[in-house]
Design a protein around this ligand. Structure first.
Ligand code: SF4
Length: 688
């Protein structure tokens, strides 16, 4: 019995799923995950978790885990030893760089991997290959939010902490199915809404759980949020309800901004959004008269052709009403993946070194060149979208993708996989033989979060440590080790023995993380960036002013035209998003037996009106056809959607119907695909 007890281990880790960043102890015995136990010390979640964090760990021991590197031989993969795989990858990278130049290679980091691994991926791309062609999956989701915040307040992160949302008088969510996509954060909002006098306004196409709980629910026409946000801001100014002192003290660019609001009358916004003018006026009055307003937003805002501008409009509104620099107020872009914030923070971006310092800034580049002993490229690299375009144009011939099932999650699957087929050399590193890996020349078996040390950064900029609970499944390796092996084979012996040393290097180079160290992050301790050298962090941003030269924020003028609409031929609009039970493309959660028993497959949500009009029944099958492709699914009739709106879950057990329908249109400022702007027509395959 004593021996059995010895084999039981309790290790602190951080959830591998969403950006809330719940931390907890995981109890293991040998390779078995016995239970997940949150601690009162868990900074983001206290004693709560959702179903995924609690029960979503079967994938770690799935039979489908890769345990040998694979090299393509014709149509088949052959299992090889690690030495052979690494030297082949290094040789091919060297050859392609020599023959076609560094910018012929592209790199995608994983938002599920650690900060240290993101740091090393960009180091490999920049130091060894010599390219800034590096990106990560925030390009699919949150880059527009980051863009909107950079333009206005200078930091691309939540302005406060999850905890702090409880201090808000008015919480507004826009395009966020918070209860399913960020469950523990949503439960905090639900709690303060119920217990305190906190108001909740929800703007969404779909009346999901938060919409049903809200004091007010509005359903503006898809892609029109910028119009109502700007009209509400204009109304507040016209009525003299702005925070004059805040504007005087902390904000630049007022006159030009005010002028730009001219077209955004309540009549105009009402016509575009479909929300009555009187209701928009009520929203404006409520915002203006609330002591503190926190606005949370997600993909329903960002995944549009005007995603960056709409995020900017949110920040403009917060500035006009003085809703920064105080508790319970501010901007809360809700990050999707567990480490999508950290993956960008630590430099896996085509324009930024770690800590959002531009590659074009000579002083910054020299700092890295001194440390790394090579000359680095200045010019911005290609983002994810541009890399796919470049492959089709014959300007990019090799790619290295870590932990991202790009061939399912990128928009317009047919176009993306056609690009993969054109690559001369394609390396995919993942836990499983994903859809994307099927196109690879080399597949490298990676180890998941439970099998490594490192740090993740959650949506509130909180850096937390995860400790290794299990040894890597024999044959697999943590991403940081694989990256180090490739680097060494290419002649750069980085010499890291532990991820702590990687963080030390990042902290020495990027001022945003100057005081971050593993010692300071011991156990349940955490730090919210920016972290000064003495270890002081900033749970609430901007108390010392905004990170611009004169410490003032910047109002950013916007114009607007609704570019997207359904047509006579494609008469239905498809919305899409997450489910509580499944995460992202579902590669991990569909391997959890309990979760999959409960939610075995995705569906197509159809409104009661449309079902009646087209003679559809629950359980029938329909085919959706867009300009890009088609997808078939089972019908469920619900009051969550209205009229000609459809909803498809993003995750469908490795199939993802949605991205057969999405096309190549992107947000004009960030190249984030306009996933939410799909017009389709419907054919009935089977009535019931
Ligand atoms: Fe927490 Fe999100 Fe993990 Fe659920 S999925 S346990 S809310 S971090």
């Amino acid at each position: 019995a004593a021996m059995r007890e010895d084999r039981i281990k309790k290790t602190k880790t951080v959830c591998t799923y969403c950006g809330v960043g719940c931390s907890f102890d995981v109890w293991t015995k040998d390779r078995k995950v016995l239970k997940v136990e949150p601690s009162a010390q868990s900074p983001a979640n206290g004693i709560s978790t959702c179903v995924k964090g609690k029960f979503g760990w079967d994938y770690v021991n799935s039979d489908e885990r890769l345990t040998k590197p694979l090299i393509r031989k014709g149509d088949l993969f052959e299992e090889v030893e690690w030495d052979e795989a690494i030297s082949y990858v290094a040789k091919r990278f060297n050859e392609i760089k020599a023959e076609k130049g560094a910018d012929d290679l592209g790199f995608i980091s994983s938002s599920k991997a650690t900060n240290e691994e993101s740091f090393l991926m960009q180091k490999l791309a920049r130091q060894i290959i010599g390219t800034n062609n590096i990106d990560n999956c925030s390009r699919y989701c949150q880059t527009p939010a980051t863009m909107g915040l950079f333009r206005t307040v200078g930091y691309g992160g939540d302005s406060g902490s999850i905890d702090d949302i409880a201090n808000s008088n008015l919480v507004i969510t826009i395009g966020s199915n918070t209860a399913e996509s960020h469950p523990v954060l949503a439960s905090r909002i639900k709690r303060s809404h119920k217990l305190f006098d906190q108001k909740l306004f929800v703007f969404d196409l779909r009346k999901h759980e938060m919409g049903k709980r809200a004091d007010r629910f509005y359903s503006p026409k898809s892609g029109s949020d910028l119009a109502w946000l700007s009209a509400v801001t204009k109304y507040i100014l016209d009525e003299g309800l702005e925070d004059k002192q805040f504007l005087e003290e902390w904000v630049n660019g007022f006159d030009e901004y005010r002028e730009s609001l001219e077209p955004f009358t309540m009549e105009y916004a009402s016509e575009l959004t479909g929300i009555p003018k009187s209701e928009l006026i009520e929203v404006a009055e409520e915002i203006a008269h609330s002591n503190s307003v926190a606005i949370c937003w997600a993909m329903g805002v960002t995944q549009h052709m005007r995603g960056s501008d709409t995020s900017t409009a949110i920040s403009n509104l917060l500035l006009i009403t003085g809703n920064y620099r105080k508790p319970g107020a501010g901007a809360y872009p809700l990050r999707g993946h567990n480490n999508v914030q950290g993956c960008s923070d630590f430099g896996s971006m085509p324009n930024f070194f770690p800590g959002y310092e531009a590659t074009t800034d000579d002083e910054v580049r020299n700092r890295y060149e001194d440390k790394w002993g090579v000359e680095l490229p200045a010019e911005f690299g290609k983002d994810n979208h541009q890399m796919i375009e470049a492959i089709h144009a014959g300007n990019l011939s090799a790619m290295y993708v870590i932990g991202e099932d790009t061939g399912i999650v990128d928009a317009n699957i047919n176009y993306v996989t056609a690009a993969f087929e054109k690559l001369d050399f394609f390396v995919v590193q993942d836990l499983f033989l994903t859809k994307t890996a099927e196109y690879a020349d080399v597949v490298l078996p990676a180890a998941p979060s439970l099998e490594k040390d490192g740090t993740f950064t959650n949506t509130e900029r909180r850096i937390q440590r995860l400790y290794k609970s299990l040894d890597p499944l024999p044959g697999s390796k943590p991403d940081w080790e694989i990256l180090s092996l490739i680097a060494k084979e290419m002649g750069y012996d980085w010499g890291y023995e532990h991820p702590a040393e990687i963080m030390e290097e990042a902290a020495s180079l990027a001022p945003l993380f100057a005081g971050v160290s593993y010692d300071r992050l011991e156990g349940y301790n955490s730090l919210q960036w920016p972290v000064a050298e003495d270890g002081t962090d900033q749970p609430l941003l901007f108390l010392d002013g905004f990170p611009f030269e004169d410490k003032k924020a910047q109002l950013y003028p916007l114009q607007f035209e609704l570019e997207y609409d359904t047509t006579e031929e494609y008469d239905l609009h498809v919305n899409n998003g997450r489910l509580l039970e499944h995460f992202h493309e579902g590669n991990m959660t569909y391997k959890s037996k309990g979760i999959t028993r409960k939610t075995p497959t995705a569906w197509i949500e159809v409104s009661e009106e449309l079902a009646e009009e087209r003679g559809l029944n629950e359980g029938g099958t329909v085919k959706l056809i867009s300009e890009a492709g088609e997808a078939t699914g089972v019908v469920t009739i619900t009051d969550r959607v209205k009229g000609k709106e459809l909803f498809l879950p993003l995750n469908d057990n490795g199939k993802s119907a949605v991205n057969f329908l999405t096309d190549n249109r992107v947000d004009k400022d960030s190249n984030t695909p306009a996933y939410k702007e799909i017009a389709v027509r419907m054919e009935v395959v089977k009535k019931e």
